[in-house]
Ligand binder design. Structure first.
Ligand SMILES: *Cc1c(COP(=O)(O)O)cnc(C)c1O
Length: 388
């Protein structure tokens, strides 16, 4: 029986092993583990890749979001608009600063934050007072917008940026799943808002050998503030005008990521080929509304961190595929407004119908670059068999 794991990183490691291991050896020989030459070079190479003038390597994607929020001065009394259909860290970091997350529903076609929903929220539930946008229900200042480029596809940034500009909101892009993703004509995500936040968690398209992340920006003052916050806010060392944290990326991780960055575009192309194969094969299988394949916006570059289908009888399909040795996952089964820890925000079931429907219907199929044709065919044939 053909095995199709959701992700198998061992094949990729075998391809780059002879390049990576000597670098690890070299870092160990130097015993320079903190903010060394590889970190500096990786920041330069990765920020250039993302189309920004500055990059700050940090300890994880979560810490990238936290550092960005802290650098923008967001905290108690502030509120940040975001999507409820995302990984926990998006809203978790907002709450950790003392600010309050505000959720607006997603666009069902792309699963990304709906600019129309954000606009409606502002028009009906906020009021401008001097330079501030005040949320009437809480009296909080709405300070920022945090769109997520979910699954590797850009949020619709033009209308979101227009809203932000109109209301003086900062924009933090949660680009954790979206390194190399483009919005319209070759505009890389992470270069559009005030800060872009990337994750190099092993299962992301550019994965470290552990945790790592990156903040990108074109604002040099903001870049400097994030660099200082990364080392407890000390500048010079042991003198603190700001309260930061230990948010440093490891030298070893930076060395690994520098090697992998060179291969990223090739791996992205392989993911896109796999997605195109699925699109065509599922269309041939004529599953109609039983299985909807993902919509990639024309003109954008979708990097397919995940290939997400909407499936009727989703949970039964998932276990049917598991019996056929096909790994799948649900990203994400509980939208954030329904999480226990966010009960204090006062949201109810039914508040964000598109997010709730997505949580109930979506399933991630294996899409990693090294999948073989026979494995892709096995996935399609098994899905077709389930619905027959
Ligand atoms: C992975 C991810 C994060 C967090 O990144 P870590 O490196 O795991 O801390 C944040 N937001 C989204 C959307 C993610 O997918």
């Amino acid at each position: 029986m053909t095995n199709v794991p959701l992700l198998d990183l061992k094949i990729q490691f075998a391809q780059i092993r002879s390049e990576v291991m000597p670098l690890i050896e070299q870092v160990c020989a130097s015993q320079q583990f903190i903010l060394g030459e590889h970190v500096r070079a990786f920041e330069e190479e990765s920020s250039r890749y993302c189309g920004t003038v500055a990059g700050i390597g940090v300890s994880s994607g979560t810490d990238a979001l936290l550092v960005a929020l802290m650098a923008l001065g967001i905290g108690a009394g502030d509120e940040v608009l975001t999507s409820p259909f995302t990984f926990f860290a998006t809203a978790g970091t907002i709450a950790r600063t003392g600010a309050r997350p505000i959720f607006c529903d997603i666009d069902p076609a792309t699963f990304n934050l709906s600019a129309a929903a954000v606009q409606t929220f502002i028009d009906t539930q906020c009021e401008t007072r001097g330079p501030d946008l005040i949320r009437l229900a809480t009296g909080g200042r709405v300070k920022a917008l945090m769109p997520v480029h979910l699954y590797g596809q850009s949020a619709d940034m033009a209308p979101l940026m227009a809203i932000a500009r109109r209301h003086g909101l900062k924009v933090i892009e949660d680009a954790a799943q979206a390194i190399g993703t483009e919005y319209t004509d070759h505009v890389r995500v992470g270069s559009i808002g005030d800060v872009g936040c990337f994750s190099f968690f092993p299962s992301k398209n550019l994965g470290a050998f552990g945790d790592a992340g990156l903040c990108t920006t074109n604002d040099l003052e903001l870049a400097e503030r994030m660099r200082v916050l990364r080392v407890h806010g000390g500048k010079p060392k042991y003198f603190h005008a700001l309260i930061g944290g230990n948010f440093r990326i490891d030298e070893l991780q930076a060395a690994v990521l520098r090697v992998k960055l060179k291969y990223l575009d090739g791996w992205t192309q392989a993911r896109q080929r796999n997605a195109a194969f699925y699109d065509a094969a599922f269309a041939d299988a004529r599953l109609g509304p039983k299985l909807e394949t993902p919509l990639a916006m024309v003109g954008d570059r979708h990097i397919f961190n995940q290939y997400i289908v909407r499936a009727q009888r989703r949970d039964a399909l998932k276990s049917f595929l598991a019996d056929r040795h096909i790994g799948t996952e649900i990203y994400y089964p509980v939208p954030l407004h329904r999480q226990e820890c966010f009960a204090y925000l006062g949201y109810q079931a039914g508040d964000f119908p598109q997010s709730e429907r997505a949580a109930a219907e979506t399933l991630a199929l294996p899409i990693y670059p090294e999948l073989e044709r026979a494995q892709l065919k096995h996935v399609v044939a098994s899905v077709a068999e389930f619905y027959r």
